[in-house]
Design a protein around this ligand. Structure first.
Ligand code: FMN
Ligand code: SF4
Length: 645
């Protein structure tokens, strides 16, 4: 089937107000925490540009603040400050270079829980306690409402000056506009409270003012909450009625939809438990009420699902947020006819959501699938391979099945990776992309490390996609071979006895909950493995199940059995941690979570400048497989390992 036949709707252009988008894939708004001192950074520019080059039809930035009273976290872009212009121009020029329109999302966020951090009360429609933090915001007075409107208008003006094609007003989630729109949070008895016509007054005044400032040649979109899923909150019927009112203003170019609020995050950033397209009924209802283009959303990780949503008439555009965080070339790969090459988002919410969680400004957007998120501005260790899609021009169908390998550096090296968990595989991919010859050794009988265990938990099968995606990329790279190995000597023999560069990726350790006596807390890895001793095991009592000898072939072909025997015990005191090892260097994040035991390892393997073959730390209490890593590292001193080529 031709690409056009497979995606008969996704790659059709569409007029959205004054601009035309080349296809229906939207990179919707999402917080990144890339801002520096309240201003857009080089990270932003590279991040959005990568998605534009990767084929998105429309890019919408994260929410930018429109007023100083919205300072709910430190890494927020303060869109009301004229100093943003430099960063704005950098973003818009780089996205436009790929021929893609870009909008800025404008918001005034109500996060009462952040009040102690920003040292002023959060502004809101009424003093209704935050359902999560129980802190109470301040009800704005008339002059403060004027200040809110002025803030939006000024920020919109700056957006246009900075080259954006328009703005999206964030009227869902925890925005002040949503707080006015919702009967659950708006208890006012003035002209801004009561019936929907009054609750919508702030939004209508905003639209009037913003349109006045940006003029008719720019896009003005509104993202509505389709259903707050709160007792007494905004409903789908409210959203439909509001959509009609907004269309009647003649000032709005498109409508976006969202489900839930900050208190119902399990639906606003749905996990792998929830099927794709779960929020389409909102877009569908709104679309039937108005003629404006409507954006649908909700866990689209496969272009075919997105095409289906369009074909079935649920929406006119599809927002693919996490799908494009995980793979910036989501749209281009689909368009070129290589959807199997897409690194599908797992909907695991392990890197993206917790990455931007807190007000402290320590985190940043990250992704379990894509270790280069937020590092797009850093040199890619294998730029030629990375630009395979760009070289192939989206839509030309020329994205090569076997991705081009970068011209190797002065000396292509033999690289031996010990451990075929996600970090080991990612290190192998990075090294292969940089033109080196790579071997991956694994003591278990299959690749995947602890991810295989995670995928074995009920409803978590999609975790397995991570390894499937990595193995698929290994196959495409062609230069990655595999071998089972239990010890350093065997591992070394697997590459002819002289591994010049070694990467230890032998395993992460499951974090034990703080405050629990370690002897009494079963390790989750052992529970998932069905270890009958798990409940009684502690640090020193670990007795793993004997595991069969195994092999790993990252190319996915038949493996080589026989030359290597696996350790007798997969676990065991000081032993190899978990089947297939895990991720070296894995540790709990700043919030004490150990999301998947892999993000640090994946980041390490990402290929930061000069780290095509990172020398990941070997486990501290190494057993046989760990010893392999240690010996390998002995063969490849740190400096050499990091140089990599
Ligand atoms: C890390 C993260 C941050 C987000 N921040 C915003 C935001 O600033 N504004 C917004 O309207 N939606 C935001 N969202 C919600 C997304 O726009 C989208 O509704 C949600 O991710 C579901 O779409 P998806 O399944 O395609 O990821 C955010 C989502 C994520 C994952
Ligand atoms: S961290 Fe998980 S949910 Fe978030 S974008 Fe990456 S794969 Fe998707």
């Amino acid at each position: 089937m031709t690409v056009a036949g497979r995606y008969s709707h996704l790659f059709r252009p569409l007029r959205v107000g004054p601009v035309t988008v080349a296809n229906r894939v939207v990179f919707g708004a999402h917080r990144t925490d890339f801002a520096e001192d309240g201003l857009p950074s080089a990270r932003h520019t590279a991040y959005y540009a990568a998605r534009a080059r990767g084929g998105a039809g429309l890019v919408i930035t994260e929410a930018h603040a429109t007023h100083p009273t919205d300072g709910h976290h430190e890494r927020l872009v303060q869109g009301y400050r004229p100093e943003v212009l430099r960063g704005y121009r950098a973003i818009t020029e780089s996205v436009h270079r790929a021929g893609v329109p870009v909008l800025v999302q404008l918001a005034h966020i109500v996060v009462p829980a952040a009040a102690p951090y920003v040292r002023r009360p959060a502004w809101a429609a009424s003093p209704v306690a935050d359902p999560v933090a129980r802190t109470v915001p301040k009800a704005v007075e008339r002059h403060e409402i004027s200040a809110i409107i002025d803030g939006y208008a000024r920020a919109a003006e700056l957006s246009v000056e900075g080259g954006f094609d328009g703005v999206e007003l964030q009227c869902a989630h925890p925005s002040i506009v949503a707080a006015f729109l919702s009967p659950a949070t708006n208890r006012r008895d003035d002209r801004y409270g009561g019936p929907l016509a009054n609750r919508a007054r702030l939004l209508l005044e905003l639209i009037g003012e913003v349109r006045g400032r940006i003029g008719p040649a720019r896009v003005l979109g509104v993202r509505l909450c389709g259903d707050e899923l709160l007792d007494g909150g905004s409903t789908l019927a409210d959203a439909v009625e509001l959509a009609r009112v907004l269309q009647a203003t003649g000032k709005v170019d498109y409508l976006g939809t969202a489900l839930g609020t900050a208190a119902t995050r399990h639906v606003s950033q749905a996990s792998m438990h929830i099927p794709a397209g779960y929020a389409l009924h909102l877009a569908n209802a709104v679309r039937r009420a108005v003629d404006l283009p409507v954006i649908g959303e909700g866990r689209f990780t496969d272009p075919l699902q997105a095409d289906r949503a369009l074909a079935d008439g649920h929406c006119d555009l599809v927002s693919v947020v996490r799908g494009q965080i995980a793979d910036p070339e989501f749209a281009a790969k689909a368009r070129a006819g290589f959807p199997e090459a897409i690194r599908g988002c797992l909907s695991c919410n392990q890197g993206c959501v917790p990455g931007v969680g807190g007000p402290s400004g320590e985190g940043r957007l990250a992704c379990a699938e894509n270790p280069r998120v937020g590092r797009e501005s850093e040199p890619d260790p294998a730029p030629a391979a990375a630009s395979a899609i760009q070289g192939g021009r989206p839509g030309s169908g020329r994205w090569p099945r076997r991705a081009r390998v970068a011209a190797p550096g002065p000396r292509p090296r033999d690289v031996l990776v010990a451990g075929a968990g996600p970090a080991g595989l990612q290190a192998a991919i990075a090294a292969a992309r940089a033109g080196h010859r790579v071997r991956v050794c694994e003591a278990a009988d299959a690749a995947g490390g602890q991810v295989r265990l995670a995928a074995a938990a009920p409803g978590r099968a999609e975790f397995g996609e991570l390894v499937r995606n990595q193995l698929a990329e290994c196959r495409r790279r062609g230069r990655v071979g595999g071998r089972a190995a239990a010890g350093g000597g065997r591992a070394r023999r697997a590459v002819g006895g002289r591994p010049p560069v070694g990467v230890g990726a032998g395993g992460g350790r499951a974090r034990l909950p703080r405050g629990h006596g370690r002897r009494r807390v079963p390790r989750r890895t052992r529970l998932l493995r069905g270890d009958r001793h798990a409940g009684a095991a502690g640090r020193s009592g670990a007795r793993g199940n004997p595991r069969p000898g195994g092999l790993v072939d990252p190319r996915g072909g038949p493996g080589h059995r026989g030359d290597v025997r696996a350790p007798r015990h997969g676990g065991g005191r000081g032993g190899h941690r978990g089947p297939g090892g895990g991720v070296a260097g894995a540790r709990a994040d700043r919030n004490g979570r150990d999301p998947h035991g892999g993000l640090d390892g994946l980041r390490a393997a990402a290929g930061a400048p000069g780290r095509a073959v990172p020398a990941a730390p070997v486990p501290r209490r190494a057993g046989r497989a760990g010893a392999a890593g240690r010996r390998l590292r002995g063969a490849a001193p740190r400096g050499r390992g990091r140089g990599g080529r």
